[in-house]
Design a protein around this ligand. Structure first.
Ligand code: BGC
Ligand code: ZN
Length: 367
């Protein structure tokens, strides 16, 4: 079967590869699930892998099959699978266990191993192909009502983990009741963070570069959040004018904003960092003032990557809730469909700065 693959370390090496069809017996213990791939979303990670800045092939393979944002339909299950059946809509988690104690208890998203295993990213083939087989342990079932937008679950889980961790950590405060949140960045992750924080009932200000009007601003405002163009007012100025934020979610991809996020926190506030910034940027910051406000204000900053099973399950619930609260909103994120694996180059066109792209995705089996 066909698959979109790269030679990791070789820039611009994306190509159509030939892959043998996986068998359900490839997974031990009768726990195998065979899934027909319907849609696969792409993001900055896929672009970085094709730019040879990131990514690793599985041991013994010259290439790595791309694709970690999947949506598929179960076609066959092993004898010891009770939680899924043929016909179910399914999304596979991305990371698989390594060797650390966290991996051993199903928390591989918190692994301390330096070498980690992520499908479509690191040491394991991804989902930009026709079918995959995996253990039911790593597959999440979706209701059939999510057949269009379910491909957004994986990026949604990145947000769910970050926000879930913020609430988990803030249990230190016993009575933490966040009211105001800032989201730094209005790309796919920023839009989804805005959505989830709105579903949790917070007042949200989402900061981005582009002046209004633009599609992302319209989507932010459709959730009842405020879209703030950073050129008019940055997050530090907003906090000075209207008070600090209880929760700041940084997902702009621009690391200097981390320090603005620190400066914009309210007392007892929490800053969540989710941008993967591979560069070597350096900035001058008011370190005494930032440190003092963190100390005197009992503030917290946490980094987050990947997502666990609970985050996937929360993501499913929030996708469903979003469809009820803001009907059609999620579908508007799916701006750039590409039909057929052989048309993969269009995915990279969309990823390389094409205007108006929120989410580009491949439709493997056009419906
Ligand atoms: C993926 C995560 C992954 C991270 C680091 C992101 O694009 O969505 O699942 O953990 O990259 O590889
Ligand atoms: Zn991703």
């Amino acid at each position: 079967m066909k698959a979109v693959a790269v030679f990791p370390g070789k820039a611009g090496s994306a190509h159509l590869a030939e892959l043998s069809r996986p068998k359900i017996s490839d997974v031990p213990g009768g726990r195998g699930v065979r899934v027909e791939v319907l849609r696969v979303g792409v993001d900055g990670t896929d672009r970085e892998i094709n730019d040879a800045d990131y990514g690793e092939a599985p041991a013994g393979s010259p290439f790595l099959v791309l694709g970690h944002e999947s949506l598929g339909r179960v076609v066959e299950v092993g004898p010891n699978v009770t939680e899924l059946q043929p016909g179910d809509l399914a999304v596979a988690m991305v990371r698989r266990p390594g060797t650390s104690v966290y991996d051993a208890i199903g928390m591989q998203d918190f692994t301390t191993d330096d070498a980690y295993f992520e499908r479509g990213i690191s040491r394991l083939h991804g989902f930009l192909t026709e079918e995959y087989v995996d253990s039911a342990d790593w597959i999440v079932k979706l209701p059939s009502t999510l057949s269009k937008v379910g491909v957004l679950l994986e990026p949604m889980t990145v947000v769910e983990k970050g926000i879930g961790q913020a609430f988990e950590a803030q249990r230190r405060l016993r009575v933490w009741r966040p009211r105001r949140a800032a989201v730094l960045g209005a790309g796919t992750i920023g839009l989804m963070a805005t959505l989830v924080l709105r579903l949790r009932g917070l007042a949200v200000d989402t900061f981005a570069l582009s002046p209004r009007p633009n599609t992302n601003a319209t989507l932010v405002e459709a959730t009842g959040a405020r879209y703030v163009c950073g050129q008019d007012r940055n997050v530090v100025q907003a906090a000075e004018a209207e008070g600090g934020y209880d929760l700041v979610f940084e997902c702009s991809g621009f690391s200097p904003l981390v320090f603005d996020g620190m400066r914009a926190l309210a007392k007892n506030g929490v800053l969540v960092l989710s941008s993967i910034t591979g560069g070597e940027r350096k900035v001058d910051v008011p370190s005494d003032a930032i440190n003092q406000s963190f100390v005197l204000g009992n503030k917290l900053m946490l980094g987050t990557v990947n997502a666990g099973r609970g985050d996937f399950e929360q993501g499913v619930r929030d996708l469903v809730q979003s469809e009820a609260a803001y009907p059609g909103w999620l579908e508007q994120l799916l701006t750039h469909p590409v039909r057929g694996l052989e048309n993969w180059p269009m995915l990279f066109e969309a990823l390389n700065g094409k205007k108006g792209v929120i989410k580009a995705f491949l439709e493997v089996c056009p419906s």
